[in-house]
Write a protein that binds this ligand. Structure first.
Ligand code: PFF
Ligand code: NA
Length: 498
């Protein structure tokens, strides 16, 4: 029965297609938008160092494991994990890797599309010259105005979903392959041009130091969880996206080097994006910690003043959109592939899955305007200011609350100050997927491949020639990755704050 499913979605045509597709999946909003802003929010250098350690000790080993599983079974992650648990005799709950991954996919696709919609909207804004000569305040105001308009956000969210669905519906070879061959090289060239520009700005070195000088006193437990979660998000791991792409990889290709390339390129793009954005941030007196708006506020200032800025800016946001688009395809692929294996046509499966993700995305659209006040995991901390020493008196917690009402209830005075912090629908989905579901998926994959697949079984699929590399990888996957992920989880089990 599963024999008919194996390989039914097609195989990548070229030798390099897997690298291109996997890099297309990995390089996306995670690198250009998310990495810079979470680095800003988490204080810079020390966070970057922890992130790099997570990539090396957990991300790359797990990526190799995922691709291995996919290529061995040549089916969607859900069916791949079902077949693999049977073949290895591992406990049935490892099948949950596939199911949890599909669920993560719906959640991630839903908010990813909303942010990609911002990029699409910015293509038109920059092209129209709206940012020419703009300063930091003007750019911040334009961003705020965009967020305040749920209808506009929904339109662009819809456009992005339709674009992504259209490619998925056409399948692995016709949909993805041709486009990516052209687009990915252009992305790299444009990044280089912008990098060159950032070198000429007065804030470049300050940005560089912010990214690469580490001060561990700034590092909280939460930052470490965020760094771990992001290392999975940025490499598209823990939910089956890379497993699905591995299922389309030609059998002859050796896995080790291929995976290293993808990890290296993704990391490089993130670091270069960080250098570009922080150079501009510091040159214009912006706050590195300004959150999700960082890229959308800082870059238009640069494009507004550099020669040819309208052209480069337009192309840049087209490329952000393309990077997001090639990633979004891979986010949806596991669920669509599963539905097709169930007997659905590719088109009907795509429409059904995208309709659900689109609908969930409306919650993220509203998070930035009408629902901004409705938050989950709300912490209220009270500071005693009387003694002159700021002393935390107590914290209260609400699972869900209307923070606007709370703010009216807890009024700051000369004697006490209240700090109210919660997560909107968008923040909650982002938190749940990146910081919990993806690392948990990665942990289970590491344990599964490390402990339940025999060394012979792995070697047969892997065709790795370098014995030493194999031994190191397997050791890291068995001991280091799971222990590191588990430790980070345990440490953060007061999960949100203390
Ligand atoms: N890796 C993508 C990025 O950095 O933007 C996001 C992503 C793609 C996450 C695919 C998860 C995934 F399965
Ligand atoms: Na990425």
């Amino acid at each position: 029965m599963s024999e008919q499913k194996r390989g039914m979605h097609g195989i990548w045509g070229g030798r390099w297609t897997f690298i291109l597709a996997a890099t297309g999946s990995a390089v996306g909003l995670g690198n250009l938008w998310k990495f810079p802003y979470i680095t800003g929010e988490n204080g810079g250098g020390a966070f970057v160092l922890v992130y790099l350690a997570c990539i090396l000790l957990a991300g790359i080993p797990v990526m190799l494991a995922e691709v291995l599983l996919g290529r061995k079974e040549r089916m969607s992650p859900i069916n791949t994990m079902a077949a693999m648990t049977d073949e290895t005799g591992a406990p049935k709950f490892f099948r949950g890797i596939g199911w949890m991954g599909a669920l993560s996919g719906f959640f991630i696709l839903s908010f990813y599309s909303v942010i990609a919609g911002w990029a699409l909207l910015y293509v038109g804004k920059i092209a129209s010259g709206a940012f020419t000569g703009i300063d930091a305040d003007g750019s911040g105001a334009a961003f705020g105005a965009m967020l305040a308009d749920p209808v506009g956000l929904t339109i662009w969210h819809t456009v992005f979903m339709v674009l992504t669905g259209a490619v998925i519906a056409r399948g692995v070879n016709k949909g993805l392959e041709a486009t990516l061959n052209v687009l990915m090289p252009i992305l790299f060239v444009l990044m280089l041009i912008l990098f060159g520009y950032s070198l000429t700005t007065p804030g470049f070195m300050q940005g560089f130091h912010f990214l690469f000088d580490f001060d561990f006193s700034k590092l909280s437990t939460e930052s470490i969880v965020v760094a771990l979660g992001h290392s999975f998000f940025t490499l598209s791991l823990g939910m089956g996206a890379i497993m699905a792409y591995g299922a389309y990889m030609p059998s002859k290709q050796s896995l080790g080097k291929t995976i290293l390339w993808v990890g290296l390129l993704d990391t490089l793009v993130a670091l270069v994006a960080g250098m570009i954005i922080f150079a501009i941030v510091f040159s214009n007196g912006l706050e590195p910690s300004s959150g999700p708006g960082l890229m959308f506020i800082s870059l238009p200032i640069a494009f507004g003043s550099m020669p040819g800025g309208v052209f480069f800016g337009t192309v840049f946001f087209i490329l952000v959109s393309i990077a997001a688009w090639s990633s979004a395809i891979s986010i949806a692929e596991p669920a669509v592939a599963w539905a097709v294996e169930k007997g659905g046509s590719r088109i009907v499966s795509t429409v059904a899955i995208f309709a659900v993700a689109w609908f969930i995305g409306l919650g993220s659209v509203l998070s930035f305007n009408d629902w901004a006040g409705y938050q989950a995991f709300v912490f209220i901390s009270e500071m005693d200011l009387v003694s002159g020493v700021e002393e935390k008196v107590h914290t209260a917690f609400h699972l869900f609350a209307n923070v606007n009402l709370l703010q009216a209830e807890y009024v700051n005075t000369a004697a006490v100050s209240y700090h109210i912090e919660g997560k909107t629908f968008f923040d909650s989905l982002d938190f749940l997927t990146s910081n919990i579901m993806l690392p948990l998926g990665g942990l289970l994959i590491a344990i599964f491949v490390g402990w339940f697949m025999s060394s012979d079984m792995i070697k047969q699929e892997m065709k790795m020639k370098n014995e030493a590399m194999f031994t190191i990888w397997r050791f890291v996957l068995r001991y280091i990755s799971p222990v590191a992920i588990a430790l980070i989880f345990i440490n953060s089990s007061g999960l949100l704050k203390y």
